[in-house]
Design a protein around this ligand. Structure first.
Ligand code: ZN
Ligand code: ZN
Length: 304
């Protein structure tokens, strides 16, 4: 009987290889995950009722602020980190992108927790792929290749890069309309879904999460519609640093911190210093996201 089981397992593996399915089990922070093509599935159950994530968006190479927030998140007992793009600063400083990406990812991956990352409009494909290839940290989950992480309570779906051509670095991650269908396909799962994205869903709220300097809503209307139709209830992304540190519902109603909401579109703000829409300066922002199978809440963390 044992032999029969072994033989059928061998045959199953052979069929998977013939079908071209890449399947492997990786262990991160004591938990097993199975990777099959573009989907990562958590195998080990912890029976926790919620997950905590440290959100680091728009780091732009600011290593000191990153180190501060990483320590803060570890002290809070987060289950993992979400990095929603613009890890480097391609346009505004002379530091090589390769050094910025290496330094930041070294610090964020050091505690050994899962680090889910996507590029924004500042990353180039060459630098991003080179650095990830060299670092070889198994707890860094490249969400340009893994497009969906099916975790215990929630599913993380990625939308890497940015879709406004003039803002994307040459050789960067410019995505086109074909990504919308991909997003719909990835969302075909009945679980609470978090979108890890650099682009924001368009808001209609006066002080919305997507208001850029000048007063325009810079978020994407198609993304907003797909999130509603596919029941992607949580969005994490910044890009518009100046409207960060806040969240709203799918219907554009402001959600205060530490308040559980069924839908939560969060703009955590930038890890690096910036100005709010009213021109007051901030030194650096990040957020803690708490999610269970039905609701999510956030807390903004600021460097003072
Ligand atoms: Zn940015
Ligand atoms: Zn950006």
């Amino acid at each position: 009987m044992e032999k029969a089981v072994t033989i059928s397992a061998t045959i199953a593996m052979a069929i998977l290889i013939l079908l071209g399915c890449k399947q492997q089990v990786i262990t991160i922070n004591g938990l097993d995950y199975q990777q099959q093509d573009t989907i990562l599935t958590q195998l080990t159950k912890t029976n926790k009722s919620f997950s905590l994530f440290g959100i680091l968006s728009d780091i732009h190479g600011n290593i000191n602020n990153t180190a501060y927030f990483v320590q803060y998140f570890v002290d809070k007992g987060v289950d993992g980190f979400l990095l929603s793009g613009d890890i480097v600063d391609h346009f505004r400083n002379d530091v090589p992108d390769e050094k910025e990406l290496t330094d930041v990812l070294t610090v964020v991956s050091e505690p050994g927790l899962p680090v889910f990352i996507i590029p924004g409009n500042h990353e180039t494909k060459d630098v991003y792929n080179n650095v990830l290839g060299k670092l070889k940290r198994k707890n860094i989950i490249d969400m340009t290749k893994i497009r969906r992480a099916d975790l215990e309570q929630v599913v993380i779906i990625s939308l890497p890069g940015y879709n406004v051509p003039g803002f994307v670095a040459d050789g960067g991650f410019l995505f086109g309309d074909e990504e919308w269908q991909m997003l719909r396909n990835l969302a075909d799962v009945r679980k609470k879904k978090i979108l890890l994205s650099h682009q924001l869903p368009k808001s209609t709220r006066r002080n919305g999460i997507d208001i850029a300097f000048g007063g325009k809503h810079a978020g994407d209307g198609i993304l907003k519609r797909i999130m509603e139709e596919e029941k992607i209830d949580i969005a994490v992304g910044s890009h518009i640093h100046e409207s960060g540190g806040q969240a709203e519902t799918r219907n554009d109603i402001f959600v205060p911190q530490n308040t559980y909401s069924e839908t939560l579109y969060l703009n955590p703000g930038s890890v690096t210093s910036w100005r709010f829409i009213n021109q007051t300066k901030y030194k650096g922002l990040a957020a803690v996201l708490s999610v269970n199978e039905t609701h999510a809440a956030y807390k903004v963390v600021a460097i003072v």
